[in-house]
Design a protein. Structure first.
Length: 165
């Protein structure tokens, strides 16, 4: 049994207990906003001919990256943003405590990799075959249910599938 004795309205925490956290959060927010503005100003100066070093920025060149790669020390969204960018554009990414400027200089054609292409093609074919067979089974089951009123016991099916795994 549960009994409600009263409702206590929400109240702010005393300033003494939250002052440090508020100052820390405000400082971080303002620092990131300043870095973002500085990044936007610097990105205007970066052209195809200008280098990062000419603006006193530390450059890190990455080549031959794929969508599945991870660049250590870079924001998690880096690869996704770069693959969505057009050649020659500057992308500004916010990280936890920094702002990253990225320039996409070129998009290279995908290199053929026989050792990787075959297994990847096989995995895609297996996934497509599995998905297709599940769709056919689902359509067949729906047809049976609507035409003759047949019902599948989903719990029994799940139990059988669990036995096979």
């Amino acid at each position: 049994a549960l009994r409600l004795n009263g409702i206590v309205p929400p109240a702010p925490k005393p300033l003494e207990t939250v002052r440090e956290a508020v100052v820390e959060h405000w400082t971080k927010t303002e620092t990131m906003a300043h870095l973002r503005r500085k990044g936007e100003a610097l990105s205007a100066g970066l052209t195809a001919n200008a280098s990062f070093e000419s603006l006193d920025l530390r450059a890190q060149t990455e080549t031959e990256r794929t969508r599945r790669d991870y660049v250590e020390g870079a924001p998690n969204a880096l690869i996704t943003q770069v693959f969505d960018a057009a050649t020659g554009t500057i992308t500004i990414l916010d990280d936890a405590d920094s702002v990253v400027l990225v320039r996409l200089d070129a998009v290279l054609p995908r290199a053929q990799d026989v050792a990787l292409d075959g297994p990847m093609r096989d995995a895609i074919n297996a996934q497509a075959t599995n998905d297709l067979s599940q769709d056919i089974f689902a359509a067949f089951a729906r047809d049976l249910q609507t035409r003759i009123g047949f019902e599948l016991d989903q719990q029994a099916l799940n139990a059988v599938h669990a036995q096979f795994q």
